[in-house]
Design a protein. Structure first.
Length: 476
């Protein structure tokens, strides 16, 4: 039986290859031939508005050649898939004169056969990141008004974000899956007693625009949030007690992200850049008034590697990852714009230190503090250099050994301070740590177990000598 079946399969494969070759031969011969699109039809829609589909597919009407029609029809099919409202999109190109006697002889009908996704989607799960874990559930309604709008409500509960509820209604802009605008509302209770003696409740709403350009990802938003620092621990410091109470923040935010690493969790090549700015006190609303900017960047480079890895049965199991050198840098600056003591609060300032930040120090263990309470700095910098290599016999596994040196400083700052004094404060006594560790790249997060040795520390810093465990997405 096997001897008879094998030739049949080989013959069928040859037939398919021959048909494909004939198709591409005909396509190449006619690619530059003039044509135009007579009509665009989309079959299989139930909830999606025709006006929305017209805005998405209208560009194909400008096609002038067969090659243009083929390429643009595929691009539109991919765009329709990216709206996340269709399970499947198939394209059929048909000579218009076969079904329409009035159509021009060289015209083409473009037909899309689609299958809409279920409009209602419920998801539950757990998330782990930034040394925090939570359970969450969400209800999503797709294609709310027939224009790829999405209504999503999310509830989550965790060890640091005690509870969070978020409501978002988003819509594509100008028929593009890469540009969206949304309105949102949130209610978040965060437990900060791990590094400072208070909890914070924030409730607010906002408007956000997100888009992708050739340079990277942009997000521009307006947010109005009522914040309450309360539920102070009995041992809370005077500084935290002074900041307790309520504040209203009305702010404009912009975030730019350029991601060019080959892997977000365990990169071996490429670079990453994140730049964010926030201006609080806009429209004259609220008592928060400050400007805040933060930079985060990473560069990775692989040395060697690339050899094929095979097991005992001579089967390919992977590619040698080589030695990876990684350089990370983070910096931030916050400036109060008026003299109100609540112009910025501890939740606005920068917290530095911890397994995802400057290793060898406790979470928020670097910078201004009052007794055991971290107060956050107005200016900070941190940098880290790592050498990452595979473990012998485990080169094909997502596990690595690494050696690192981390350093950073976080200081208070006021607008009257000179640039010379600021630079001196930032550079005169950085907190530095070195260490060795193991990295494991899980599918949802990166895990590190490191042995850390702090070398220098500023007065008041909380060091963490010995084993330190970290789990998250972004490490220094």
């Amino acid at each position: 039986m096997e001897g008879k079946t094998s030739p049949d399969l080989s013959f069928e494969q040859q037939q398919r290859q021959s048909a494909a070759a004939r198709f591409f031969t005909v396509l190449n011969a006619t690619a530059s031939s003039s044509t135009h699109v007579n009509a665009v039809s989309i079959l299989g829609t139930g909830f999606t508005r025709p006006s929305f589909l017209e805005s998405v597919t209208s560009t194909i009407l400008n096609a002038k050649t067969i090659a243009d029609v083929v390429n643009q029809s595929q691009e539109i099919a991919e765009k329709l898939i990216r709206f996340d409202i269709f399970d499947d999109v198939q394209v059929l190109l048909d000579r218009a004169s076969d079904t329409d006697p009035l159509a021009a002889a060289d015209s083409i009908n473009v037909v899309y056969q689609v299958k809409e996704k279920s409009r209602f989607f419920i998801k539950t799960g757990t998330e782990i990141g930034n040394n925090e874990g939570n359970m969450n559930g969400s209800l999503t309604i797709r294609n709310v008004f027939g224009g790829a709008e999405t209504l999503e409500s999310v509830a989550s509960f965790g060890n640091r974000t005690s509870s969070a509820f978020q409501f978002t209604l988003s819509s594509p802009v100008k028929g593009s899956p890469d540009s969206k605008i949304d309105i949102n509302a949130h209610h978040v209770l965060r437990n900060n007693t791990f590094y400072s003696s208070y909890e914070e409740l924030s409730r607010g709403c906002g408007l956000r625009y997100k888009t992708i350009s050739g340079f990277g990802y942009h997000e521009l938003s307006y947010d109005c949030t009522w914040r309450s620092i309360d539920k102070l621990s009995p041992s809370a410091s005077l500084s935290i007690r002074d900041e307790a109470g309520q504040s209203l923040k009305s702010s404009i935010n912009h975030t730019f992200i350029r991601e060019r690493r080959n892997d977000m969790l365990l990169p071996s090549n490429g670079h990453y850049l994140r730049l964010s700015q926030e201006l609080a006190g806009v429209l004259g609303i609220g008592n928060a008034s400050f400007f805040k900017s933060e930079l985060e960047t990473q560069v990775c480079h692989q040395i060697g590697g690339g050899q094929l890895l095979k097991n005992e049965d001579n089967e390919l199991v992977g590619i040698h990852p080589g030695l990876v050198l990684s350089l990370g840098l983070k910096a931030g600056w916050l400036a109060n714009l008026d003299g109100d003591k609540k112009a910025s609060t501890v939740s606005d300032r920068f917290l530095l230190g911890g397994p995802l930040s400057v290793r060898g120090f406790k979470t928020a263990g670097i910078g201004p503090r009052d007794y055991k309470d971290a107060l956050g700095g107005d200016i900070y910098w941190s940098t880290g250099v790592s050498a990452i290599a595979p473990l012998p016999t485990f080169e094909h596994k997502p596990i690595r050994a690494h050696a690192f040196i981390n350093a950073g400083t976080s200081i208070p700052w006021s607008s009257g301070t000179s640039a010379q004094d600021t630079t001196r404060s930032l550079m005169q006594s950085p907190s530095v740590a070195v260490g060795l560790g193991i990295i494991y790249r899980h599918s949802i997060a990166r895990l590190e177990l490191n042995y850390c040795v702090p070398l220098t520390a500023a007065r008041g810093d909380q060091v963490h000598r010995g084993l330190q465990f970290g789990i998250g997405l972004n490490f220094l």
